[in-house]
Design a binder for this molecule. Sequence first.
Ligand code: MG
Length: 244
Amino acid sequence: MKKSVFLIVSVVLLRVFAISAQWTPQQTEWYYPEPEKVTPGVQAGAPPSDAIVLFDGKDLSKWVNSKGQKPEWTVADGVLSVKPGTGDILTKEHFGDCQLHIEFRSPAPENHHGQNRGNSGILLMKQYEVQVLDGDNNHTYVNGMVGSIYKQSAPSVNAYTKNGEWQVYDIYWKAPRFGTGGELESPAMITVVLNGIVIQNNFILKGHTPYIGLPEYQPHGRLPLMLQDHGTEVSFRNIWIRNL
Ligand code: MG
């Protein structure tokens, strides 16, 4: 027993000496390209200097509806709200890998339950939905609750606070990669933080997130970010994105 331990230690030490004899520290250090200097937002959640601000409380100039026209959602007091029945809205700009910050507030619950209570959605690349729903004592299928990757992955915890309070999403998105023949080279991957709590940790998506049927991948390039009109007056504010 002792002999074998001695042998292992000797082999490890010899290996360490051999490595340090072959390498200098400088051989594993690099200086270029130097990362660009980016200034963080002053307050928590404020956009850093290199972010594209998609909604700053003033207007919807960065957005269109599904017909490519000016969206009819309402902007008042620095807040963007779904105008039910007017349809989803999409960014004019297309995105791939990104970091997205977006805050939302559910409307008063009234008599609504489950999927009808404060339903909206953040659809990366128009088709991969991070669910927006009232998570305050509102029971529904868990892979469709707030923080779920719709019908694919329930959040690890319910990090929603209270109805009427602002909820803060930070989303880290790696887009799927497709080969020149349209074949899937690598699937999409997502990390979702709700109110500072990681609720989806590097989840690998099985495809898009349909209401009916199974997820699948169709080849695509960069696409707009989409916000869902699901018939309730969900509000949004402070939306910014960074290309990664
Ligand atoms: Mg939804």
